[in-house]
Design a binder for this molecule. Structure first.
Ligand SMILES: CC(C)(COP(=O)(O)OP(=O)(O)OC[C@H]1O[C@@H](n2cnc3c(N)ncnc32)[C@H](O)[C@@H]1OP(=O)(O)O)[C@@H](O)C(=O)NCCC(=O)NCCS
Length: 209
């Protein structure tokens, strides 16, 4: 966990509910949310509206907090991660206390690990990922930036999931597999061969798009 104890949230997807809970459990204060558009309400989902990004930047000291993106959709979360990185924001890393993470695993900032997750030896997780409830990442797994490993998904030892891919609810990926960039693996699928970039698979590695 990064030493920063204050965060702000960018955006307001339903993913924010998970962020709020993990922050509470870690005693991290959420100062409020910002967005790229002007939103008129003072509060939304219990979070104070800190205003539109550029205006907020003029009046705030970015050393006093870190930021986390409250958007579940990978490509949108990637877009805003790159924008906020350009604007020199520091990103938070949020880890649910009820997760098991090997001391030799590495997790980059901007990523969130939810309840019940197990991350085993020497696994690595890139920037801006969501590792969701009860998923399992075996030893030496590599999850690249902006991915979402959905609840209950299991990734076997040494497999790699490249940028912006989604491994659906309860899906299994056997060991030593390479999943390309921007791939969607459907819920409940079992993947036992390498998957090409920019495609969607269901069932037993069956390509549908
Ligand atoms: C794979 C997926 C992306 C396909 O979505 P889509 O492009 O909208 O496709 P459709 O719903 O039109 O389905 C296309 C066909 O695939 C089938 N299908 C869809 N998802 C499937 C799945 N996970 N397993 C098996 N078959 C599936 C549909 O029944 C349909 O079959 P049909 O043509 O015979 O009727 C989606 O169904 C899915 O599984 N997404 C993962 C979502 C998830 O895990 N979310 C968790 C968020 S926390």
């Amino acid at each position: 966990m990064a030493p920063l104890k204050k965060v702000i949230v960018f955006g307001l997807g339903s993913h924010v509910k998970i962020i709020k809970e993990i922050c509470e459990l870690n005693n991290i204060k959420i100062l409020g949310f910002i967005s790229d558009k002007k939103i008129k309400v003072k509060k939304k989902n219990g979070l104070k509206n800190l205003g539109e990004l550029n205006k907020f930047l003029k009046n705030s000291n970015q050393k006093n907090f870190s930021i986390i993106i409250g958007i579940g959709e990978n490509l949108l979360r990637k877009k805003y991660f790159l924008l906020l990185k350009k604007k020199k924001f520091k990103f938070a890393k949020l880890i649910h206390p009820n997760s098991q993470i090997s001391k030799t695993a590495r997790i980059q900032v901007g990523s969130l690990v939810n309840s019940g997750v197990t991350i085993n030896a020497n696994a690595s997780i890139g920037y801006n990922c969501i590792i969701n409830t009860n998923s399992l990442l075996e030893h030496d797994v590599k999850i690249k930036d902006h991915c979402h490993i959905c609840p209950g998904a299991k990734i076997g030892g040494g497999s790699e999931v490249q940028q912006s891919s989604l491994i659906g609810l309860g899906a299994n990926v056997i060991d030593k597999i390479k999943i390309g960039k921007n791939v969607t693996v459907g819920a409940g699928s079992t993947i036992f061969k390498n998957l090409k970039h920019n495609s969607t698979y269901i069932g037993y590695s069956k390509k549908i798009k």
